[in-house]
Every structure is written in C-alpha cells, then in structure tokens.
Write a protein that binds this ligand. Structure first.
Ligand code: PPE
Length: 304
C-alpha cells in the first residue's frame, strides 16, 4: 500500500518506515486489540473528521469489553487523531486508531500486559470500488457463519473478531463477488465482512437489530437518522436471506464503504439490478452531509 508520512505511537509521531511492533506482542498472537476506522473528509472549511467523538467512544467501549485499560482519555485520543491527520497532509481520507496488548508475554493471560496505542492515517479511496459505489456491488452468502453473541463480543470492534470476516471476504473474492453476506447462528442476516446491510421494501428501510450479531455501525446510525429526518420509516428487525433477494433495494453502509448499493446477491439480481431511488437519495444525502455541503448535520464534522 501507499505509505503516508507519520504514525502516532504512544505520544510520538514516528516515520512510516520506523513504526515497528515486537513479534512477541500479545495482540499479534491472540488478536487482543481494538480498533476504529474513521473517515476524514474534505470540506470547504478544511479537513474534517466524521463523527470523531462517537468513534473514539466506541474504541473505548470496545476496550472495556475486552477488559483492556487504555492509558489515554477520550479527549487525549481526539487530540492525538487530529495531530496525526495534520501531520499527514491533505491526501489522507481514513484514520485507523488501534489500541492493543503490545507487551511481550507468552500465554493467554492478558492481565498486566502493556497496552499500546497507535494511530495511522491512510488514503482509502472507494472501499468496494468506484464502479460498485455508482452501479452496485455483488454479494455471495458466506459459508462461514457469524459467531453468536455467546461466542464472541460482536458489538465491540476487537481485532480477533475479524478473522471470521477475513475468511468470508476471501471466499467472496475467490468466487468473483465483491463482498460477503454473513448469516448469524439463528439463520438470519447479520452483516457484510465490514459493513452493515439494509433493505428497502415498500419505501421503508429495514436493517438487522444490534442483537443479530452485528457491529453497531456509526454509518448505520447516521443513515437511520438521515432517513427518519427525510420521513422514511426505519425498522430494525431480524430478517432472512431470502427477504434480501426479493427486496426492492439493498445497500450496505460502513465508514469505508459509505453507502454502497447492492445489485446482486447469490446470482439473483436485486429488482432490475440498478441502484434504486431510496438508496440513491440516501447515498447523495450522506455525501452532502460528510462533505459539509449540507450544514444541518454540521455537528458530525470535527473540522481541523
Ligand atoms: N460491520 C463490521 C463488521 C465492520 O467492520 C464495519 C466497519 C461496519 C459493520 C460498519 O461500521 P461503521 O464503520 O461504524 O459504520 N468496518 C471498518 C473496517 C473496514 C476494513 O476493511 O478495515 C470500516 O468501514 O472502517
């Protein structure tokens, strides 16, 4: 990938090439870290970090679930993110703060292992591709089940949780699809490997509940608020995979994916296979809000 300039490592800005971690770090072996993905948008007022406080709050909540004490406050992390974006110039569009057990320890016991915090800025661009963003992406249902809430702490963004997503994503790409759709242990729709999923039926939005083994996405939350403000009904409920096949529209949301229309699932076209009107409306609205052209949601932008 394209390196950027500086990486924040526990209070210091370090050159990309020098941002090194020890091979005996607990997190490398056991997945004991938590992370965030946060968009940095270009607005007329300058670079803006989208829903900054909400993302850092979720990072600290994920750490709490993992039982890890992060040695920085929410406000300190916000300042560190801003400093890192500033140090990396205008081309970056995505922030990746990660807090992990960086201490050297063999054996699972995480208690007392040093916690490290690093912040990386990258250029992400379009996550599933420009063409998919415009014309719709294709999904296959993964043969890998999303673990149940009994098996994993899914509403926390814990590094180790992502092995399941990586298996699903790999399967989708090898099968020629853009993304995987994951089914939960009850046989209902969960989410994509790194996105929440919505369907449109009779003009209303439907999305799985947080208890359906999904990450409580911040983009999901933004789209729900935008839709309700537009007078669109939003229903959070369990749904089956076949409901997606026959929906009027399907789209996915995520920090990286933003609002991406889905045109095909398991070789079935969704409606006529073109992004539908509700999807296009919410996608445009989201883009206007994120870029600051729509000032009604200015509170979601932390302008540097
Ligand atoms: N579910 C999962 C499993 C997930 O990883 C994400 C974000 C979402 C839903 C959407 O959440 P939110 O970003 O708060 O709207 N996935 C991040 C990681 C992507 C990656 O490849 O890395 C992201 O979009 O930044």
């Amino acid at each position: 990938m394209e390196p950027t300039t500086k990486i924040w490592m526990d209070g210091e800005l370090v050159d990309w090439a020098d941002a090194k971690v020890h091979v005996m770090s607990h997190a490398l072996h056991y997945g004991t870290g938590v992370f965030e993905g946060i968009r940095v948008y270009h607005t007329d007022e300058g670079q803006a970090i989208f829903r900054h406080r909400d993302h850092i709050k979720r990072l600290l909540d994920s750490a709490k679930v993992l039982g890890m004490d992060v040695p920085y406050t929410l406000d300190e992390l916000i300042d560190a993110n801003r400093e890192t974006v500033r140090a990396n110039g205008a081309n970056v569009d995505y922030l990746r703060p990660i807090a992990y057990l960086g201490g050297q320890r063999v054996g699972l016991n995480p208690i007392g292992v040093d916690v490290k915090v690093n912040i990386i800025c990258v250029h992400m661009g379009s996550y599933l591709g420009e063409d998919m963003q415009a014309n719709g992406a294709t999904l296959i249902t993964s043969s890998w089940e999303k673990p149940s809430n009994r098996a994993a702490a899914l509403s926390a963004k814990i590094c180790g949780n992502y092995v399941n997503s990586v298996l699903a994503k790999q399967e989708a790409i090898r099968a020629g699809a853009d993304e995987a759709l994951m089914i939960n242990s009850n046989g209902n729709v969960a989410e994509g490997s790194g996105e929440n999923v919505f369907l449109v039926r009779d003009g209303a939005l439907h999305t799985p509940m947080v208890s359906d083994a999904v990450l409580e996405g911040i983009t999901r939350n933004s789209v729900i608020e935008l839709a309700r403000d537009e007078g669109i009904e939003v229903v959070q409920r369990s749904m089956t995979r076949t409901e997606l096949y026959v929906a009027d529209e399907v789209f996915m949301t995520g920090t990286a994916a933003e609002v991406t229309p889905i045109r095909m699932i398991d070789n079935r076209l969704i409606a006529d296979g073109k992004p539908g009107p509700v999807t296009k409306r919410l996608q445009a609205l989201f883009a206007n809000v994120a870029s600051g052209r729509n000032q009604r949601y200015r509170r979601w932008l932390d302008v540097l």
